[in-house]
Write a new protein. Structure first.
Length: 565
């Protein structure tokens, strides 16, 4: 983050350079007042007034241009900062989301980046650039009279103390309010995703009350934080106006004492207002500064904990050969392994069934074979190379995956099958759909392959979604297909389509792994591995394993024979 920020430091330097001229031009008003009161009114020279007015108009026009320019520059600095980090943060967010225990952490990373950009686009950053000029303006007041100068210094110190108190007293309250709001939003999102369960199980009232309680608490803390920041904002604004009046009153007394001119009195009051304005603006928008500061620390910590992936040499398309040796897997964030000392081997043209009870470790094995979770011990090789030697995108293109919980994205059916490619290969899309026996199903939709899906909120049935997801897994002709409980939402036709897809893979010399506990799903499997409590307790040909492990193996094999043999 610091490197990206430093790369754009030239933008900030240019904006600060413009700020120098903007603040120098801020002296136009006080000097104009000084000349009008001390020269024009005394000499009654209309020509002098006209010339001064035209000069002031020109200077103010120049100031407006420079002020506008520096505002656009810092906004572009923020946009550049965000655009250079967007891909890095999004990639880190996707990787950290694979860790169940910290899925909520990356959810705020992109919002943190947006908060930093928002600060750069807000006037408060320009106010911060103007604050260094406050001592200069305060010092200029000494030129008019020492008493005015000391009053100005006291005014500046008072506002700085108020600003520090604002930061000390409100930062914690603002952070607590933001945290409470984030918890309420997260709960509402979870409830939205589980809307069917909430409605069908009579949970609507209880879930609503729970959300309202969280929402009310977030609102209470937000109002409390707003009250504190609002009180400091109002105090700062009122105090600045009072101090300007006090400066005017002191100046008037000094004029009555013949110690200064009326023009100096007016100019001193204007200079004080200009000197204190940036401090007032910074206090008024301190919540933006505090949010950006918190976001910077949080995002910096998040990226430090998720370093960029190493660049890997691109390997050729591997053979459909998979081998796991002494594989032990500890899920990210966990302390105990859920797979221990697993040994498996899968040859081209073969299908392996992994069976076991729920919680036995089948899904953990699938995630390890996909390269999502790294082995704590042992290794997994695809085509002779360990999975970590492949670039993640390349590995994903070599492996087709149908998860237990299907997720579709906002896009057309074709785009979903093409794995959200911006330029889907039409022939490859149709070929994948035909392999998944989903071609006719898709043609029956309103716009066929061009039907737009609203992610998982589309009107497709669970079986239709799974068939489209299977076509996505088969897109690009992968060398290995991994299916996790693939027929959980499929009817008889869907199951037959699934088995036909596995048969087609085997005939093409590819390989497949099926994690399941349903007999129909292993009809095309050549070998079986039985997983219990994270260990493979039996591995061999399908019939051998069934004869050894299942008492009613004959009945199961009779179910499988019409389809698989």
């Amino acid at each position: 983050m610091r490197n990206v920020r430093n790369q754009g430091i030239a933008f900030l330097a240019l904006a600060f350079l413009f700020s120098i001229f903007v603040n120098l031009l801020m002296l136009t008003g006080p000097l104009f007042m000084l000349q009008v009161y001390d020269r024009v009114l005394g000499s009654r020279a209309v020509e002098t007034l006209t010339a001064l007015f035209l000069l002031v108009a020109l200077l103010y026009a120049l100031m407006a241009m420079l002020d506008y320019a520096r505002g656009r520059i810092v906004a572009r600095f923020g946009a550049r900062f965000q655009s250079q980090l967007d891909e890095r943060v999004f990639e880190a967010t996707m990787r950290r989301s694979l860790v169940p225990q910290v899925r909520s952490a990356p959810a705020t990373a992109l919002r943190d980046l947006e908060a930093i950009r928002t600060l750069c686009s807000s006037p408060v950053l320009l106010a911060v650039m103007d604050i260094p000029w406050t001592p200069v303006f305060l010092g200029a007041i000494f030129i008019f009279h020492p008493l005015l100068g000391w009053l100005a210094v006291a005014s500046g110190v008072l506002l700085v103390v108020i600003a520090l108190l604002n930061q000390a007293l409100t930062s914690r309250k603002v952070a607590e309010a933001q945290s409470a709001a984030a918890r309420a939003n997260a709960f509402s999102e979870h409830a939205r995703q589980a809307a069917e369960v909430v409605r069908s199980q009579g949970m609507q009232a209880d879930v609503t009350r729970r959300w309202l309680n969280q929402r009310t608490e977030a609102l209470r803390q937000s109002i409390s934080a707003s009250d504190w920041t609002g009180s400091f904002t109002s105090l700062t604004k009122s105090l600045r106006l009072f101090l300007q009046s006090a400066m005017l009153a002191l100046g008037a007394w000094l004029v009555l004492q013949n110690e200064m001119t009326p023009g100096a009195m007016i100019a001193g009051s204007i200079l004080l207002g200009r000197a204190l304005a940036p401090v007032e603006q910074a206090v008024g928008q301190w919540s933006l500064v505090e949010r950006a500061r918190t976001a910077w620390n949080s995002l910096n910590r998040f990226l430090d904990q998720t370093p960029p992936e190493e660049q890997r040499i691109r390997l050729p398309i591997p053979k459909s050969q998979l081998e796991a040796k002494s594989l032990t897997v500890i899920p990210p964030g966990a302390t105990a392994p859920t797979l221990r000392n697993v040994n498996l081997k899968l040859e081209p043209g073969k299908a392996l069934g992994v069976i076991g009870k729920s919680g036995s470790g089948k899904t953990t094995l699938a995630k390890a074979l996909l390269g999502l979770w790294r082995p704590a011990a042992g290794e997994i090789r695809l085509g002779g190379a360990t999975l970590d030697q492949y670039d993640p995108n390349d590995l994903g293109s070599h492996i087709g995956y149908l998860p237990q919980q299907v997720t579709l994205f906002n896009g057309t059916v074709a785009e979903n099958i093409a794995r959200m490619s911006e330029n889907p290969d039409s022939e490859a899309v149709v070929a994948a759909a035909k392999k998944a026996k989903a071609h006719e199903l898709i043609l029956s939709l309103e716009k066929g392959y061009g039907t737009f899906l609203e992610g998982n909120d589309s009107q497709l049935s669970g079986g239709q979604k799974q068939r489209i997801a299977l076509a996505r897994a088969l897109y690009g002709d992968p060398v290995l297909l991994i299916l996790d409980e693939p027929n959980s939402a499929l009817d008889a036709d869907g199951t037959e389509a699934l088995n036909a897809a596995v048969r087609g893979l085997k005939e093409a010399g590819k390989a497949a792994i099926i994690m399941t506990h349903r007999p129909q799903a292993i009809s095309e499997c050549d070998d079986l591995a039985v997983v219990e409590k994270g260990q493979v307790v039996r591995f061999g040909s399908r019939d051998e394993v069934l004869n050894a492990m299942v008492q009613n193996a004959g009945a199961i094999k009779r179910k499988l024979s019409p389809v698989g043999e």
